[in-house]
Design a protein around this ligand. Structure first.
Ligand code: OGA
Ligand code: NI
Length: 336
């Protein structure tokens, strides 16, 4: 059975062979752009410019940092404290949630697809749905004692903020109000990620290059760097900003916007001197909803770039495509 890295790394002075990437897939320091950063948007700033700022950042980078977003600094910090406490628990306590069955709802896992992948990634994660809260909270950890209370409050606030951003995106794209409500923003998934200290971060990745398959992600990355975004074929480091959310456009939003907004690839590099804990919240469509470019965004001169499909079909193929190194958006494209 797969071994969590947070359980084994204290006894591991060197990177185990099965985590060492072939040289061409290692992070390679030189590809990181030395001075570029992703845009920073103030949600409390000039409201007339807000919509355009969000659209511009989502078009150019697919990523931005959001400050003055209304979720309190205390809650942003507290949820990370509780997440760290969880990963500091004795191995047996975390192992209880461990499962290689993707259908188990509250699930601890390590790397991405441990049983099938050739090389493993330097990450453990606890993943669970969180909307509607009452339906899921009973499956969440009871230890640490504050887990349910703090993650419960955090999930609700982050969902509300995500829906607020989606409303601004909706306005910026010129879609009818409420376009992203209902089935498109049916659910929410929390992924609590832990990247332990790594004896040699030049040999491994915490997460390989990927795009997020849902609608939108809000990430609380704390104060340890490690996230990098691909922009014009170069990796740009996302510097931690105190109490900010890192927001990124997901695959479904790229498709609905008919390619106007970008679901950018990103990856995570672990650190040699500090563990990194992050919390990603994804807003996801229901399995049955049909996803396609919004009809008001396509015309004869701007034909649809993507086919219609159900989200369930997309996500079913996503895992398989990712495993085989295929871009999951490729199969959605309409070929001329
Ligand atoms: C993810 C992700 C980034 C991070 O969970 O999909 O990209 O910094 N996380 O943990
Ligand atoms: Ni991601």
């Amino acid at each position: 059975m797969a071994q969590l890295i947070s359980n084994m790394c204290s006894i591991q002075p060197v990177v185990p062979e099965s985590y060492i990437l072939p040289p061409e897939r290692r992070p390679g320091q030189l590809v990181v752009h030395p001075c570029k950063t992703i845009p920073v948007i103030d949600l409390d700033g000039d409201q007339n410019e807000l919509v355009q700022e969000i659209i511009k950042a989502s078009q150019e980078y697919g990523f931005f940092q959001l400050i003055n977003h209304g979720v309190s600094e205390e809650l942003m910090k507290d949820v990370l404290v509780v997440a760290k406490e969880f990963f500091d628990l004795p191995a047996e306590e975390k192992q209880r949630f461990f499962s290689e069955d993707p259908n188990q709802t509250c699930r601890m896992k390590t790397s991405i697809d441990f049983a099938r992948e050739k090389v493993h990634f330097w990450r453990d994660s606890l993943r669970h749905p969180c909307h509607p809260l009452e339906e899921h909270i009973q499956q969440w950890p009871e230890n640490p004692a504050r887990y349910r209370e703090v993650f419960g409050q955090y999930s609700v606030e982050v969902r509300n903020l995500s829906l607020q951003i989606l409303d601004l995106v909706c306005e910026g794209l010129g879609l009818e109000p409420g376009y992203f409500g209902g089935e498109l923003s049916w659910g929410q998934i929390m992924s609590v990620n832990h990247y332990p200290r790594c004896p040699d971060p030049t040999l491994v990745l915490g997460l390989p290059k990927h795009g997020d398959p849902y609608l939108i992600t809000l990430l609380n990355q704390g104060d340890v760097p490690g996230l990098q975004v691909l922009k014009d074929e170069q990796w740009v480091a996302v510097e931690p900003l105190p109490h900010a959310f890192v927001v990124n456009i997901n695959h479904m939003l790229q498709i609905i916007s008919n390619g106007k907004l970008k679901s950018a690839d990103h990856r995570v590099v672990p650190s040699s001197n500090v563990p990194r804990t992050t919390i990603a919240s994804f807003i996801r469509p229901s399995r049955d909803v049909v996803v396609e470019p919004a009809t008001s965004l396509v015309s004869e001169s701007n034909p649809p770039l993507y086919k219609s499909f159900t989200f369930g079909d997309f996500i079913g193929n996503f895992m398989k495509d990712t495993h085989e190194g295929i871009d999951p958006l490729e199969r959605c494209m309409i070929r001329p």
